[in-house]
Design a protein around this ligand. Structure first.
Ligand code: ADP
Length: 608
C-alpha cells in the first residue's frame, strides 16, 4: 500500500515551531527592554527614597541648628530668655523632642554656661571631659563649625545679628577664607562672638531616628540601608552593606538648600539650574539665590552657590560660597539592593524570566513533537489494521473457495466413487481446519489484548510443551518437506507455565519458519537452561529480517514490506501473540536475524 508523505502535517508543525521561535525571540527582546526600563525605574526610586531619607534626617538636624541663631548680644549678657523661647518652639515642632540632650552657651572669652530649661536661665556648666573636648575643638577650629565630628554636638556660631545669614553660608565652604566676595557687594566674612552648643542625644539618633527613617523610606526590605561616619565606620545599618552603593546622600548636611525650612517649611525649592534663579524666604526676608554658570570661584570638585541678600539701595550684598555637598558632610547614607546591587538584581530577574520563557518554549516544542509522534503512530497503526482486514479476507477467501467448489462437485455428483468422495472430504476437512486455526489465532489475539485472557501458570515441563507443539506441526512440516532438528533438554528445572499458551507460541514460531523459509527447508527447535531462565529457541535458514523490521515485527498487524510484496499470506498477529505469552510468563521474546541468513527466535521463561 502506498504511504503518502504527510506534507500537511510537516507544514503545520513547521509553522507552529516557526511561530513559537518568533514569539521566543520577541519575548527575549521584550525582556531585555523591560529589564533596562525596570533598572532605571528602580535606580530612580532608590535615589528618590535615599534623598527623602536624608532630607527628613537633615531637616531635624537643621531644625536643631538654625533654631538657635539668636540675638548674640543677649546671650553674651547672660540673658537666656530667647534661647528658652526658641527651645520651646523647637520642641513643639520637632518629631523627636528628645533629640536635644542639653544646650550650652560659650561667649568668646567667657566660661561655658549650661542652659537650664526648667528655670529658663544659664547656670554654671559642670566639668565634663566631653564638654571640654568640644570647647577645645571650637577654639581650635578658628571658623564656624556647625557640627563637631562624632561628638553629637552642633556648634551654632553667635554672629553679629545682621550677618546671621552668612553664618549659614560660610558653613558650606570647606575653605572659608577662599570664598569670594563679589566686587559689587564687598563684604567681610564675619567673626563669631561666641557659640551656642547643642548636644544631641546619640541614642535617639541611632536607635530611633535612623531605624524609623529606614523603615519609613525602605519598607519593602529590598534595599539595605547603612550610615557611615567621616572615618568610614558604620554608625547604623539594617544589614551588612558592601562598597558598590546604589544611591547615597549626605547626613548632617547643612547646605543652603535646606535652609529654607527654618523660615518656611512649605517652601522647599530645588537648587536652581546653573544660571537660574529662585527666590527663597530666609529668616523672614526674601532673598535671591542663584547658581553661577561658570563664574568664580570653583573649588575642585565643589559646587558653587551664590546667595544674594536682597536689600534695597547700596546695602545689596552678595556672598559666594562653595562646597561639595556629598563629601563635606559628617555622615554618609548609602543604600544597596539586597541582591548586591540593582544591576545584579535586574540581571538575576531577567535571567530567571528568560529561563522560564525558554523552559516553556522547550516544553511546547516537546509537546508538539510528542503529539506528532503519537499521531503518526496512531495513523500507522490504523493503516495496519486496515491492511489486516484485507489480508485476513484474502486468507479466508482461498480455503472458502476450495470448500465451495469441493462441495459443489459433491452436490453435482461429479465425485461418484468412494475414493473421490473421500478425497473431497479430506480437502474440505483440511481447509476447514486451516480456517478454524486462523479464526482461533485472531480470537486468541483479541483475548490476550483485551486483558481478559487468564493464563494458568503451573509448574510443568517446558520441553514436553515444545515437543507437543512440534508434533502438532508435523503435518505442516511434512508437507513442506522440512528437515527438523530438535534438541529438547530432558532435565530442565521446572518453570511455571501455561502449557497451552507455550504450545501456541512455539507453533506460531514454527509456522513462521515454514512460511518464510525461502526454499531452505531446515528448522531447529531446542530448549536449554541458561542465565536464570529456560530458553526455547526456534531457528530457521529462511529469508531473515532486516534491522528496521526487527524492531517492529512484535507489534500487532505489522508485516515486513517484502513479505507483503511477495504475497506470503499472514495477518501480522503471530509474533505479537508470542510476545504477549512470553510476557505473561514474566519472560520475553527476542530475535537474532540477518537478511538472507535465517532467523533465531528465543523465548525466555524465568525459573521459579
Ligand atoms: P505474519 O506471519 O502473519 O505476517 P507474524 O506476527 O507472525 O505475522 O510476523 C510478523 C512479521 O515478521 C512477518 O510478516 C514477517 O515479515 C516477519 N517474520 C516473522 N517470522 C519470520 C521468520 N521466521 N523469518 C523471516 N521473517 C519473519
Amino acid at each position: 500500500m502506498k504511504r503518502s508523505t504527510p506534507w500537511v502535517t510537516i507544514g503545520i508543525v513547521a509553522a507552529i515551531v516557526g511561530l513559537l521561535t518568533v514569539f521566543m525571540a520577541l519575548l527575549y527582546n521584550w525582556q531585555l527592554a523591560a529589564s533596562v526600563a525596570e533598572r532605571e525605574q528602580l535606580q530612580r526610586r532608590a535615589e528618590a527614597d535615599t534623598k527623602m531619607f536624608a532630607d527628613d534626617f537633615n531637616r531635624e538636624i537643621q531644625g536643631a541648628f538654625f533654631n538657635f541663631q539668636v540675638d548674640p548680644t543677649k546671650v553674651v549678657a547672660g540673658d537666656a530668655s530667647e534661647i528658652a523661647a526658641r527651645y520651646d518652639y523647637w520642641k513643639q515642632n520637632t518629631a523627636y523632642p528628645d533629640l536635644i540632650d542639653s544646650i550650652y552657651a560659650l561667649p568668646s572669652g567667657a566660661p561655658l554656661v549650661r542652659f537650664d530649661a526648667a528655670s529658663k536661665t544659664f547656670a554654671p556648666a559642670p566639668t565634663d571631659q566631653n564638654l571640654a573636648k568640644i570647647t577645645e575643638k571650637i577654639a581650635n577650629a578658628g571658623r564656624a563649625t556647625p557640627v563637631i565630628d562624632a561628638g553629637y554636638a552642633l556648634a551654632v556660631p553667635l554672629m553679629p545679628f545682621e550677618e546671621k545669614v552668612d553664618t549659614i553660608l560660610v558653613r558650606r565652604s570647606p575653605d572659608k577664607e577662599k570664598a569670594v566676595v563679589t566686587a559689587d557687594a564687598p563684604m567681610e566674612l564675619p567673626k563669631p562672638i561666641g557659640h551656642i552648643i547643642v548636644l544631641l542625644n546619640e541614642s535617639v539618633i541611632k536607635e530611633k531616628m535612623l531605624p524609623e527613617l529606614a523603615a519609613k523610606h525602605f519598607p519593602n526590605g529590598d534595599f539595605k540601608v547603612g550610615v557611615t561616619d567621616r572615618a568610614g565606620q558604620s554608625v547604623f545599618s539594617t544589614a551588612q552593606i558592601g562598597e558598590t552603593l546604589d544611591a547615597k546622600a549626605s547626613l548632617f548636611d547643612l547646605t543652603p538648600d535646606h535652609l529654607i525650612w527654618v523660615a518656611n517649611r512649605e517652601m522647599m525649592p530645588k537648587r536652581p539650574p546653573a544660571g537660574g534663579d529662585s527666590e527663597v524666604v530666609l529668616n523672614q526676608r526674601i532673598e535671591r539665590r542663584s547658581t553661577l554658570p561658570d563664574g568664580p570661584p570653583k573649588v575642585e570638585g565643589g559646587e558653587t552657590f551664590t546667595i544674594q541678600m536682597k536689600e534695597s539701595g547700596a546695602n545689596r550684598r552678595t556672598t559666594v560660597v562653595t562646597g561639595d555637598p556629598l563629601n563635606d558632610s559628617e555622615w554618609r547614607l548609602g543604600v544597596e539592593h539586597t541582591a548586591g546591587s540593582i544591576d545584579a538584581f535586574i540581571r538575576g530577574e531577567r535571567n530567571r524570566n528568560l529561563a522560564i520563557g525558554f523552559g516553556i518554549y522547550l516544553l511546547l516544542l516537546g509537546s508538539i513533537i510528542a503529539i506528532v509522534y503519537s499521531s503518526l503512530r496512531a495513523k500507522a497503526f490504523a493503516q495496519r489494521q486496515i491492511d489486516f482486514v484485507s489480508s485476513v479476507s484474502h486468507e479466508f477467501r482461498t480455503p472458502l473457495a476450495v470448500i465451495y467448489s469441493a462441495g459443489e462437485n459433491l452436490a453435482d455428483g461429479v465425485a461418484r466413487d468412494s475414493s473421490q468422495v473421500e478425497r473431497y472430504g479430506d480437502l474440505i476437512k483440511g481447509e476447514g481446519k486451516k480456517l478454524s486455526a486462523m479464526v482461533e489465532q485472531i480470537l486468541e489475539f483479541a483475548g490476550a489484548r483485551s486483558g481478559k485472557k487468564q493464563y494458568n501458570l503451573v509448574a510443568g515441563d517446558l520441553s514436553a510443551a515444545v515437543e507437543k507443539a512440534l508434533t502438532d506441526s508435523e503435518p505442516l512440516l511434512k508437507e513442506g518437506g522440512f528437515d527438523v532438528e530438535s534438541n529438547l533438554s530432558d532435565n530442565l528445572p521446572n518453570a511455571k507455565i501455561d502449557r497451552e499458551a507455550i504450545e501456541t507460541a512455539v507453533r506460531n514460531l514454527i509456522q513462521n519458519a515454514v512460511k518464510y523459509s525461502n526454499g531452505t527447508r531446515w528448522l531447529k527447535v531446542s530448549t536449554e537452561n541458561g542465565g536464570g531462565a529456560i530458553k526455547i529457541v526456534v531457528e530457521d535458514g529462511g529469508i531473515g529480517i532486516s534491522d528496521a523490521d526487527k524492531k517492529k515485527i512484535f507489534e500487532p498487524f505489522y508485516r515486513a514490506k517484502d513479505v507483503v510484496d511477495a504475497q506470503i499470506h499472514g495477518n501480522g498477529l503471530g509474533l505479537s501473540l508470542v510476545k504477549e505469552i512470553a510476557e505473561a510468563h514474566g519472560g520475553k521474546v527476542s530475535v537474532d536475524s540477518e537478511i538472507g541468513n535465517g532467523s533465531r527466535f528465543v523465548i525466555e521463561v524465568p525459573l521459579v
